[in-house]
Design a protein around this ligand. Sequence first.
Ligand code: ZN
Length: 242
Amino acid sequence: MTPVNSDIALISDIHGNLQALEAVVADIRAQGITECICLGDIVGYGGNPSECINLVRDFCSHSLLGNHDEYTLSGKGMGEASGEVREVIQWTREQLNEEQLAWLRALSMRHDGGDFEAVHSSLHFPEEWPYVLLSGDAALHFTHQVHPVCFIGHTHQPKMWVEGDDWPLNTTSLESLRSDQKQVINVGSVGQPRDRDERACYLIFRRSQQDVWWRRVAYDIEGAQRAIISAGLPAKFAARLG
Ligand code: ZN
């Protein structure tokens, strides 16, 4: 039986930014989409990690583990993290209760959606959190990709790589999927965009049209900045949002 709306929203890299997450959830609901998958990094940088976990837990049908989530759980993999990141992670850990930590701990590294897959960083050694930035990174990732489409986050930059290409596509907001080649698609960041557009970013996978649609959503940036400052977290993580 075909569901009423088979489109899926994919969100990633929320980073404790509740104002951005609430705006994105409202936008997803306004599109009539009922299925949402979170690709990880729910916490880190932002002033509302607990509220973000609760909202993701309520709203998303699946969530994956991101590196900042793992830092918060175990500190594992934080080798090159700056003192400021460590400070936020320590504070974040203190904001979460046992139940929230247990929920984070149970998150998986990858998701198989039947006609697509999803992972936070890359399918090539995902537990080491590699970045897909160059064609070589994408090529390694593709050797593990089973389905035509894989969704990722981690770099905070909306992008689409087609297998065999030297460069990612110069994507517009809407991109058709190729039926004869694999593609790996970065859905962008909800709470810490790093592509010179300060609005929250997420993606809709429109199954019926076989295309992907990056949505940009304006949100209360000043509120998110206030939450970081009033929590006593490093001001640079607030300044970065605007
Ligand atoms: Zn991230």
